[in-house]
Design a protein around this ligand. Structure first.
Ligand code: GLN
Length: 290
């Protein structure tokens, strides 16, 4: 139970609670929960931190509940309900992977390689919709489609598309990879995907925020982590136009394996692109039928 001293003491108590719970970014997370519960901006806080706190019961209960959920290592984004990605705000829930900053590299790579707007793009394994929606909004592409096996994820993705200006024309489809697609009617210039890619045995060692709260089926890439790349490398060619391209997010040590899977299925010009931390993060390849 938190005491009600000054605003400054209320924030400090929150930080302390999260620190004791082993939350790495306890300082920042306590601030976000404080801001969310009380609606106090940084500037207001600066002016009022020494004053006696007078939050309403509801706001105080919301702060306490946020701190208690975060102490149990529930991700901050599940408590706040949103995550920013490519400058856009996405609703998230326990049914979708929380958009990662690393994944912005994937979106930026596609945007900088495809300035032409008159193309069709597919985001396979879309989750929250963050990749497909960012591409539609920032790339202005003629046709953007997004697919996921999870109906619950698609509910979140559709709501995101409906709420973000410029994303209203993104089409969604429930499909186990390409099970609901037909090469006769569904052909794309670009297929982009951030599939599950963590080896099953690694998942137990992840932070509790990821291991216990994020959807396992958005993370687990089977024994060697490569299951979905194998299926994508096998199937994407049938759904690409001539000279179409694929862009996949990968784990830091999967660059060579995924490139060679693509090459062995007929893709050319494979490239591995690094993230801001200097780690391999994206693999791309071009499909040539001629
Ligand atoms: N990069 C994510 C993580 O670190 C995993 C994303 C994925 O499997 N597609 O948890």
């Amino acid at each position: 139970m938190l005491g009600k001293g000054t605003w400054g003491e209320l924030l400090a108590a929150g930080k302390e609670k999260l620190k004791e719970a082993g939350v790495a970014e306890y300082d920042l997370d306590a601030w976000y929960l404080f801001e969310h519960a009380f609606g106090i901006s940084r500037m207001q806080y600066f002016l009022c931190s020494g004053e006696q706190a007078g939050p309403g019961e509801e706001a105080f209960a919301s702060y306490e509940s946020g701190l208690s959920r975060r102490s149990k290592r529930e991700p901050l984004q599940h408590i706040l309900g949103t995550q920013e990605f490519m400058g856009l705000e996405f609703t998230v829930s326990r049914h979708v992977l929380i958009p990662r900053q690393d994944t912005e590299i994937l979106v930026e790579t596609v945007l900088s390689a495809h300035k032409e707007k008159n193309i069709s793009v597919l985001d396979m394994c879309t989750g929250s919709g963050c990749i497909g929606i960012s591409l539609a909004v920032l790339g202005g592409y003629r046709h953007v489609e997004a697919a996921d096996i999870s109906e619950e994820a698609l509910v979140v993705a559709r709501a995101n598309a409906a709420g973000i200006p410029g994303a209203g024309n993104v089409c969604f489809r429930q499909s186990d990879l390409f099970s609901e697609f037909s090469p006769e009617t569904d052909r794309y210039d670009v297929i982009v995907s951030n599939p599950p890619y963590i080896p099953s045995s690694v998942i137990e060692g992840l932070e509790p925020e990821v291991r216990d709260f994020e959807p396992r089926n958005a993370l687990d890439g089977a024994e060697d982590g490569l299951l979905f790349y194998r299926r994508l490398a096998e199937e994407c060619g049938r759904f690409l136009k001539k000279n179409g391209s694929v862009y996949f997010e990968i784990g830091y040590d999967q660059g060579e394996a995924v490139s060679s899977l693509l090459r062995s299925h007929g893709f050319k010009d494979t490239e591995v692109i690094k993230d801001l931390a200097g780690k391999d993060r994206v693999v791309c390849g071009r499909w040539q039928t001629a």
